[in-house]
Ligand binder design. Structure first.
Ligand code: LLP
Length: 427
C-alpha cells in the first residue's frame, strides 16, 4: 500500500494532508511515513529471515527513525564515530553496530573499541595494525572484518560504485589473504569475517550474484590456508524506483521509466549461495529502507520564462537535496494540490547562487504558480543527511507521520544556529 497518495486532488501522507503539515511547520520540510518505513523493513525481514539487517545510517540518521528501526530488530551500519554515537543514543546495542570507512581516525577507532561494537570493517593493511595497537593500549581485543574489493561493476552511477578496482574502497582479494595470514600474529584483533559493498542504487541482481559467487570462492581460498570465518557482511545497495512513483489522472507520466531491484529474485539467487558458507550473513541497506518513506516539501516562490526555458523558483534547493546536482538524480516532483491539467516543461530551481542549483531539469510538470506547494518524492534517503548551510540557508524541519498523528522530529534551524559555533576574533 502507498503511504503517500492523492486523496482526490490533495497529497496525503498516511491520514494527514501534507498541506496541514506545511501550515503547522512551514517549508522546506521533510515528511516521513512511519508505516512505509515499517513496511520496508518488514519486507526485508520476511524475504531474509535468517539474515541480520544492519540499517546504513548514512541514508538518514534522524534518531526517531533510528529508534523505530532498532525496535524492529535492525542493527546499524555506521561510517563515523558520530554515527556510532547517534546509533547508541537511539537504542542500538553495541553488538549490532558495524563500522566501515577508508579513513577512520585513531580517536574513532578508540571510540569503537571502547564501546565494544560488533565489528570494525578494515579497509587497508595499515588500518589493521593501527587497530591492533589501539586495542592493545586499551587492553582489549578488537573485532574486525576485512572489506574486500571484488572488482565487480555494480552498473550504477560512477560516484556511488564502490566495488571496482579503481575505487578507494576495500582491499584487493590477494592482499586480503595476506592480511588474514598476518592477522594471526596480531594479539589484539579478532578477524572473524569479510565485508563487501559494491555500490548503491543497484537495480540488477547480476552484480550481487557475481559478488556472492566471488565470496564463496574467496572463503574456499581462506579455508585452504586454514582460516575459518564466521561472518559475511554483504553490504547494501538495493536500488529503488524514483520515476512514476505516485500517480494521479492529471500527472504527466515519465515515458523513460526506471526500475527497482527485484528483491524476490535477489533472495532466491543470493540467499542459497551465502547460506551455503555456513556464515552469519549481514545485509546493510540504507536507501531501500528509508528512500520512499520520505518526501521533501517546498513552496513555489516565482515562475519565470527566459527565451528558451520556463523556471519554477522554489524554496527548496541543492542545500536541502543535493542528489539531482551531484548525480543527475531524478526525483518525481508533484503539486501538493492538483489544480490544473495544464502541462509545461520547466526547470525547478532553488534560491542558491549556483547555476547547478536545481531539483529537476527540463521536466514535464503540471503548471505551477507562486504559492503552490510541491513535493519531491522518494527523498527520505540521502536527503536531509546531505543538507548544508551553504548561502547561510537554514536546514529544514523534519516531521514523522504515524496514522493521524505527527511529530516534529527535528526543528528548523534558526539564525542563531548560524552563529552558534562561531566566536568573534578580537583583532
Ligand atoms: N554499506 C556501505 C559500506 C556503504 O558505503 C553504503 C552506502 C551502504 C551500505 C548503503 O547503501 P544503500 O543501501 O543505501 O544503497 N549519496 C548517494 C549514495 C551514497 C551511498 C554511500 N554508501 C546517493 O544519494 O545516491
Amino acid at each position: 500500500m502507498a503511504h503517500f497518495y492523492f486523496k482526490g486532488d490533495e497529497l496525503y501522507c498516511e491520514d494527514v494532508p501534507v498541506r496541514e503539515i506545511v501550515e503547522k511547520f512551514g517549508t522546506p520540510v521533510y515528511i516521513y511515513s512511519k508505516a512505509q518505513l515499517v513496511e520496508n523493513f518488514t519486507i526485508l525481514k520476511t524475504l531474509f529471515p535468517d539474515f541480520k539487517i544492519f540499517y546504513a545510517l548514512k541514508a538518514n540518521s534522524n534518531p526517531s527513525i533510528l529508534k523505530i528501526l532498532s525496535e524492529l530488530g535492525a542493527g546499524a551500519d555506521t561510517v563515523s564515530a558520530g554515527e556510532i554515537f547517534i546509533a547508541l543514543a537511539s537504542g542500538f546495542k553495541p553488538e549490532v553496530i558495524s563500522f566501515a570507512g577508508v579513513g577512520k581516525y585513531a580517536e574513532e577507532i578508540k571510540f569503537a573499541i571502547e564501546k565494544e561494537i560488533l565489528a570494525l570493517n578494515i579497509e587497508s593493511e595499515q588500518e589493521i595494525f593501527i587497530v591492533n595497537e589501539i586495542a592493545k593500549s586499551l587492553g582489549k581485543k578488537a573485532n574486525v572484518l576485512i572489506r574486500i574489493n571484488p572488482d565487480i561493476d555494480a552498473q550504477t552511477h560512477p560516484y556511488i560504485s564502490t566495488g571496482i578496482k579503481t575505487s578507494k574502497f576495500g582491499i584487493d582479494p590477494d592482499e586480503a589473504i595476506d592480511i588474514f595470514k598476518k592477522s594471526l600474529t596480531l594479539s589484539n584483533v579478532n578477524l572473524f569475517g569479510i565485508h563487501t559493498h559494491i555500490g548503491s542504487q543497484i537495480v540488477d541482481v547480476e552484480p550481487f550474484v557475481e559478488t556472492a559467487n566471488f565470496l564463496v570462492m574467496f572463503i574456499e581460498k581462506l579455508e585452504k590456508i586454514g582460516v575459518k570465518i564466521t561472518h559475511i557482511d554483504f553490504g547494501g545497495g538495493l536500488g529503488v524506483k524514483y520515476k512514476n512513483v505516485i500517480t494521479h489522472n492529471e500527472l504527466p507520466f515519465e515515458e523513460d521509466d526506471d526500475k527497482e531491484i527485484n528483491l524476490k529474485l535477489f533472495a532466491e539467487q543470493i540467499s542459497p549461495l551465502l547460506k551455503k558458507t555456513g556464515c552469519e550473513i549481514i545485509l546493510e541497506p540504507g536507501r531501500f529502507i528509508i528512500a520512499n518513506a520520505g518526501i521533501l516539501v517546498g513552496k513555489v516562490l516565482y515562475t519565470k520564462k527566459s527565451k528558451v526555458k520556463n523556471f519554477v523558483v522554489a524554496d527548496i534547493a541543492m542545500t536541502e537535496l543535493i542528489r539531482p546536482v551531484l548525480y543527475g538524480a531524478y526525483h518525481q516532483v508533484v503539486p501538493v494540490e492538483i489544480k490544473t491539467n495544464e502541462i509545461e516543461i520547466a526547470d525547478i530551481v532553488g534560491p542558491v547562487c549556483e547555476t547547478s542549483d536545481f531539483i529537476a531539469r527540463d521536466r514535464k510538470i503540471l503548471k505551477l504558480s507562486p504559492g503552490d506547494l510541491i513535493a519531491v518524492m522518494t527523498a527520505g534517503a540521502y536527503g536531509f543527511v546531505a543538507s548544508s548551510n551553504y548561502n547561510s540557508r537554514l536546514r529544514p524541519a523534519e516531521v514523522l507521520i504515524e496514522g493521524k498523528n505527527y511529530y516534529l522530529i527535528r526543528k528548523r534551524e534558526t539564525f542563531d544556529d548560524l552563529l552558534s559555533k562561531t566566536t568573534l576574533a578580537k583583532t
